[in-house]
Ligand binder design. Structure first.
Ligand code: ATR
Length: 305
């Protein structure tokens, strides 16, 4: 496999002598990761090149292997390859193991290592927005890969209650079992519920007790909210913080929350913060004071407006 395959529209001479990174996904054309990492590299005065790779969906392994064999230093992984990346890594961090998915790969002593910085990115973004997770009551909507990636790092912050609500109850229950031990270790109550059954609790006042509601379903991608208006009316209070993992225009979930006076956030800050965590894994934690993720986020928001 020719390395030119990996670096779209870049003269190979331009990357000579630079450490090379890339984001892998399909599709990948609209990824903001090259821009974000380039800004971190500038802030930290690091010479590096960060490109995009779009392998056919069944060819993640061959592409990742060729990238590292040809001297590539690190990869970020996005949809639909995070599970394959997890299997590809020889050594996983504890949080990647729990997430069952990997978004950051790097080579160390000839061995491929994998981590998942998505959940940490979310925790850092919430922290930067003034959200103190300790003792909070958190409702997570969804029980797919995105939910699984954030549950561990959120639990580690010591919330009082976490409820995982999903369209299919079985998947929510499965995650509650998987993360049961971690929840116990931080004395958090971990519950599983079906999204439909949230409606039956709407009149009891239970829904209004959640401080933080995170939409980790794929519903926003279809321009839908996972919540009925009846449930949204009970759930969203002026003191509630509603966070959607996707970014771009305000989603129907965010609009419901806004209607009831809640604070809302999209997932752009999480995107920048997970990238910052990956950058520090690759380049060294000593650069943590050199990079400024909140400034990069502000610039990115401005560029996207
Ligand atoms: P991802 O990696 O983005 O999490 P996924 O693993 O396919 O993707 O999971 C998608 C999640 O969004 C699931 O929790 C799914 O619910 P089911 O498990 O019941 O399928 C949820 N989801 C997708 N569309 C939804 C919708 N319109 N309303 C509610 N939940 C939805």
């Amino acid at each position: 496999m020719d390395i030119k395959l990996f670096y779209d529209q870049v003269d190979p001479a331009a990357i000579l002598g630079r450490t090379c990174y890339a984001v892998v996904g399909n599709p990948i054309g609209h990824s903001r990761s090259p821009w974000i990492h380039q800004r971190f590299a500038e802030q930290a005065e690091q010479k590096m090149y960060y490109g995009r790779i779009q392998p056919p969906v069944e060819q993640f392994n061959a592409n990742a292997q060729a990238f590292f064999q040809q001297g590539g230093h690190g990869l970020n992984i996005t949809v639909p390859f995070k599970l394959e990346a997890c299997a590809f890594a020889k050594q996983l961090t504890a949080r990647a193991q729990l997430a069952g998915a990997v978004n950051t790969l790097w080579q160390e002593a000839g061995q491929i290592n994998g981590d998942n910085t998505d959940g940490l990115g979310l925790v850092r973004d919430l922290d930067a927005q003034g959200i103190e997770l300790k003792g909070m009551k958190i409702l997570i909507l969804g029980a797919g890969g995105a939910a699984r990636g954030i549950i561990g790092p959120l639990l580690t912050e010591g919330p009082a209650v976490m409820m995982i609500a999903n369209r299919s109850l079985g998947k929510a229950k499965h995650l509650a079992i998987l993360f049961g031990e971690l929840a116990q270790s931080v004395e958090a109550t971990l519950l599983a519920e079906s999204i439909d059954d949230l409606a039956t609790q709407a009149s009891s006042g239970v829904l209004g007790q959640f401080d933080l509601v995170i939409n980790a379903t794929a519903a926003s991608l279809d321009v839908l909210s996972p919540l009925s208006d009846q449930v949204a009316a009970q759930l969203f209070q002026p003191r509630t913080f509603a966070y959607d993992l996707v970014y771009g225009k305000p989603t129907p979930f965010m609009q419901q929350a806004l209607q009831h006076g809640s604070r809302v956030s999209d997932g752009l800050g999480m995107l920048v913060e997970q990238a910052a965590a990956a950058f520090l894994i690759w380049r060294g934690a000593s650069f943590s004071s050199a990079i400024n993720p909140r400034q990069v986020l502000a610039e990115l928001r401005h560029a996207l407006a």
